[in-house]
Design a protein around this ligand. Sequence first.
Ligand SMILES: [Zn+2]
Length: 84
Amino acid sequence: MNRYYAAIAGRANHRCEYCQAPELIFNFPFEVEHIIPLSRQGENDEANLALACRSCNLRKGTRISGIVPASNTEVSFFHPRQDK
Ligand SMILES: [Zn+2]
């Protein structure tokens, strides 16, 4: 298990910080992921770590933005420390 899990999961109240799903209903621990991936110069510290369910973590991957098909514009993904 990720060494930051206890601190990050506690801070997130054991909910996915992207979709807000409660960890309890999945019956296994959520993942600690990098909001800004290390491959994009993100830091490996608690400020850049978030609790994510498997689905959100897989969809996000190492990306930090996506394309809105209707407008073909790039938008940043939700940032749990900066966005509400
Ligand atoms: Zn999620």
